[in-house]
Design a protein around this ligand. Structure first.
Ligand SMILES: [Zn+2]
Length: 93
């Protein structure tokens, strides 16, 4: 028996949808983090209804990729809530 050293470097990135990608957003005019709708829902806890409503109304910057649509983090309401955050929305636990 020959001990075969099969160190197959499987560099397959299958979990691409798990991480935000950085890409150019035409509407922001720069490189921003782009996330999938699934990511926005799961990680940013944006209700799907709201997400797709915003997308449909064009309030979210989106980028269509062959793999699916990506959403610009800069246009997400959760991410862009840096102004006037003194208004504490107590909806935690
Ligand atoms: Zn944008």
């Amino acid at each position: 028996m020959t001990r075969q050293r099969s160190n197959a470097t499987a560099t397959r990135i299958t979990s691409q949808t798990q991480q935000p990608l950085v890409g150019p957003c035409e509407q922001c005019g720069g490189d921003v983090a782009m996330v999938t709708p699934e990511y926005a829902v799961a990680v940013l806890r944006l209700p799907p209804d709201k997400l797709f409503g915003l997308l449909a109304s064009g309030k979210l910057h989106s980028l269509e990729k062959p793999s699916g649509v990506l959403i610009c983090c800069g246009s997400l309401p959760v991410a862009s809530a840096k102004k006037g955050n003194s208004n504490r929305a107590g909806g935690g636990k």
